[in-house]
Design a protein around this ligand. Structure first.
Ligand code: FAD
Length: 287
């Protein structure tokens, strides 16, 4: 099923999850138990990340997305980055997706990798969106940044670039994680002003440990509300309490987002079935 049809045919909030493939040194089956538990929660779809760098390592993303869809009965979406790929590499990946019945792709630029010269075929995610659309009947999603992408000069430039991505074929958008719902609502206002009218899912990452959040925040620039940093300070040396407080904070964010009519919630599960289950149980009657 194409994910855009989920948005078109549903008057409730869509709930999706994100998972990542195991590292190459581990057998692919090492993640199957967790995937089964995560799929049993029946989200609307599950997206599968694409290894940073993206130099041809698509096969595990494809394999996991196929397992979720064809083996465990939940719709899947494969992430795909382009900045380190040639057109021929992207063609090969798209062929692999077709052969595995994967219809939904999150088209990304990806990050530049130190010491790796970027390829020249795709400069921006919008180039990849247009290319995928020209290559078959895929549903294409794009990433967006409520607190502005780190490479962008300012929020105006960033939202105008996002409009180019939608005009190039992005059917819907998934946001970077954020901890301040106000930042997301201000971003939605900018998208409306820019004429972006596709569904936007809000990316929510529950805190599980302090170092994980510090790493994520330094990578993506999300701001930390005082309420949130107080939780981190109080429970940083009590892992279970921090996990439970992180779940409670994420649930509070989601309740507010649903009450404000958000199109969808995209939960960064970090392959943790316990956290995915606690949050799903808390919000499923509200969707
Ligand atoms: P773009 O949309 O190309 O934007 C990047 C920058 O270029 C922005 O500053 C934008 O304003 C500017 N820009 C965009 N289009 C144009 C244009 N036409 N002209 C001029 N400037 C332009 N990374 C991975 O490696 N693997 C993953 O699986 C992965 N999954 C992700 C999932 C989500 C939901 C999100 C939000 C991010 C994910 N990322 C992933 C990270 C992503 O690859 C990086 O954030 C990357 O730096 C930008 O990718 P993008 O697709 O948003 O790029």
């Amino acid at each position: 099923m194409k994910i855009r049809e989920l948005f078109e045919n549903s008057d409730r909030t869509i709930l999706s999850f994100e998972v990542f493939p195991p590292k190459k040194i581990s057998p692919i089956e090492s993640v199957y138990g967790k995937l089964e538990e995560i799929c049993a929660l029946k989200p609307d779809f599950i997206s599968v990340t694409y290894g940073a760098g993206g130099t041809g390592g698509h096969s595990r993303t494809c394999e996991i997305a196929s397992k979720i869809k064809n083996g465990l009965g939940v719709e899947s979406m494969a992430h795909l980055t382009c900045v380190n790929s040639t057109r021929a590499m992207i063609d090969e990946t798209l062929q692999d997706f077709k052969e595995h019945n994967i219809e939904n792709i999150l088209a990304l630029r990806g990050d530049y990798v130190d010491g790796v010269e970027p390829q020249k075929d795709f400069a921006h995610a919008s180039d990849l969106c247009a290319y995928i659309k020209s290559k078959g009947d895929f549903d294409v999603a794009g990433a967006c940044y409520p607190e502005v992408h780190l490479d962008a000069k300012d929020e105006v430039e960033d939202v105008l670039n996002l409009k180019k991505k939608v005009d190039s074929g992005a059917d819907h958008l998934i946001s970077q994680l954020f901890f301040d719902n106000g930042a997301f609502y201000r971003f939605l206002e900018r998208t409306k002003i820019a004429g972006i009218d596709v569904p936007v899912e809000a990316g929510i990452m529950p805190v599980t440990n302090k170092s994980q959040i510090e790493r994520m925040v330094s990578m993506c620039g999300a701001s930390l509300p005082v309420k949130f940093t107080k939780i981190m300070q109080k429970y940083e040396s009590k892992p279970e309490a921090l996990r439970d407080a992180g779940i409670a904070y994420a649930v509070e964010q989601i309740v507010d987002l649903i009450a404000n009519g958000v199109d969808g919630i995209h939960l960064y599960t970090m392959n943790n079935p316990y956290i995915a289950r606690k949050i799903t149980e808390a919000v499923s009657s509200l969707l």
